[in-house]
Ligand binder design. Structure first.
Ligand code: C2O
Ligand code: CU
Ligand code: CU
Length: 503
């Protein structure tokens, strides 16, 4: 008995000691854990070293180009040129831009317009200009095959067949897209349908507001730091229409925001600081069937969303547009995450001012009818498997981009299902040129209501399969290809891109 008691006693002693060791160990581990976590919450992108970044300027609104009428066509001129901005007190930032010093003008076009766009390259190096989301002949697409040498002018001509929506243009030179966009080359298109009788906010710059959202890294000398990080360049300064976390004076009424994620790699989770509800009315390529109420909107690179936000009766108040990034699941494995991915951060402040005369006072009940392509119409299903490793080229179906190889040949007027599988641990926004598609399923389930519209870019989450349905119409060319690719620009440049022809 005595022996047993002793043993129990000894056991108690050692248990107490053990608990102490455990407690000390836990503290050490936690400390180390935080250190490790900080170490690993590092996607390889450097932080800005500029200390005096100028924030809080008024939101710039890109000029609206309506084109000039010539022989029944609307003619637009874009000049790609070096520019200069002041982002850091007392310093100049060298930029690239269309027509001005950062980004480019918004091109206003109408469905049915025949347009001519003269794109002159004065950058001092070759590039291209691609019309993202526009349905057009491959030779007018502005992809890597429509190279514009320095000093040359490329003339793109096409008829606007797209639905009412927000599109964009940006360079697309093989291996250089990421760098060119990062330095400031990007602009929007607004396509309007003259037939539309919808009552939506349409005073450009007043209650119809383009928001091009990008992130950058600023060096101490004011320059953009483009580190070319393999898995994607993510900055720590947020620019809207080329100004760092600016202030927008909103009228106290329904305001339409046309959001473009024009960042190289960062995926946002937009919402407002007061968690208010807003309504998404449009996707990449058209209006939704009806407004979809949301409090958060995930937007990956290349995607657009049109939303309506009601500021009625809120004069003299303030609210912030925020990215609630930490709420996004499965966006970044720990090795590709940074502190911002793990937090919520401001994009823009909204100062609500007096309403304008005759604002819209209610949401339209319905917006558009969507011709839902049916699975049964599809001639075939094509698989696309996206892969990447820690080094080497990134691939689709085991192959990385080759300008001299056509990867897919599609018959004109066919409807197809494209089954896109992400066989990696990072999300990839899959983009297809020329057409707008509909999402059939996301990992077996129908898409969320706000994704059930025309899309040209869809985020495919790690290990997920997204099935999309596409109708290929109007333009056949056995030689000139269109592209499909990941719209994380560093992945695209690393080869996660392929080519298709329509014949
Ligand atoms: Cu927005 Cu192939 O591009
Ligand atoms: Cu595109
Ligand atoms: Cu990718």
């Amino acid at each position: 008995m005595l022996k047993k008691n002793r043993m129990t006693e000894r056991f108690h002693m050692s248990r107490r000691t053990f608990l102490k060791v455990l407690a000390v160990g836990a503290v050490v581990l936690m400390g180390g854990g935080y250190l490790l976590r900080d170490r690993f919450l590092n996607d390889g992108n450097p932080s800005s070293t500029a200390t005096d970044v100028i924030r809080g300027q008024r939101l710039p609104i890109p000029d609206l180009l309506t084109g000039t009428e010539m022989d029944g066509k609307r003619v637009y001129d874009l000049i790609m040129q070096p520019g200069s901005m002041t982002y850091v007190s007392g310093k100049q930032t060298a930029t690239f831009a269309y027509n001005g010093n950062i980004l480019g003008p918004t091109l206003l076009m109408h469905k049915g317009d025949e347009v001519v766009i003269n794109v002159t390259n004065q950058l001092g190096e070759p590039t291209t200009t691609h019309w993202h989301g526009i349905h057009l002949p491959a030779i007018m697409d502005g992809g890597p095959h429509q190279r514009i040498e320095n000093g040359d002018t490329w003339q793109a001509q096409y008829t606007i067949m797209n639905e009412e929506a927000t599109f964009w243009y940006h360079p697309h030179l093989e291996g250089k897209t990421a760098e060119h966009v990062y330095h400031g080359l990007a602009g929007l298109f607004i396509v309007k349908d003259p037939q539309s009788e919808l009552d939506l906010p349409d005073q450009y710059g007043t209650d119809d507001i383009p928001l091009i959202i990008q992130d950058k890294i600023f060096d101490a000398d004011g320059s953009f730091n483009y580190p070319g990080t393999r898995f994607g360049v993510k900055g720590d300064q947020f620019l809207v229409n080329g100004a760092v976390t600016p202030v927008f004076d909103a009228p106290a009424q329904f305001v339409r925001f046309r959001l473009l994620n024009g960042s190289n790699a960062r995926i946002y989770n937009f919402g407002f600081s007061d968690d208010r509800q807003f309504h998404q009315i449009g996707t990449d390529g058209g209006l939704l069937e009806r407004p979809v109420p949301l409090t958060r909107l995930r937007l990956s690179t290349g995607e657009r969303a049109e939303i309506l936000v009601d500021f009625s009766g809120e004069e003299n108040s303030q609210v912030r547009l925020v990215s609630f990034s930490s709420e996004l699941d499965n966006i970044n494995p720990i090795w590709n995450s940074n502190a911002l991915d793990d937090s919520a951060f401001d994009i823009m402040t909204i100062d609500v001012k007096a309403a304008t005369a005759n604002p819209i006072t209610a949401l339209p009940a319905s917006l558009a009818s969507i011709n839902r392509l049916q699975e049964g119409q599809a001639a075939r299903t094509r698989p696309f498997v996206l892969e990447m490793g820690f080094s080497g080229p990134m691939t689709i179906n085991g192959q990385s981009m080759d300008m001299n190889r056509i990867d897919q040949t599609i018959k004109l007027n066919d409807t197809e299902i494209w089954e896109v599988t992400n066989n990696s641990d990072l999300p990839h926004p899959f983009h297809v040129h020329d057409i707008q598609f509909l999402i059939l399923t996301r990992d077996g389930s129908p898409p969320a209501e706000n994704e059930a519209g025309w899309k040209d870019t869809v985020l495919v989450m790690p290990r997920e399969t997204v099935r999309i349905i596409i109708h290929f119409s109007d333009f056949a060319d056995p030689v000139k290809p269109y592209m499909f690719h990941c719209h994380i620009l560093e992945h695209e440049d690393a080869g996660m891109m392929g080519q298709f022809v329509v014949v």
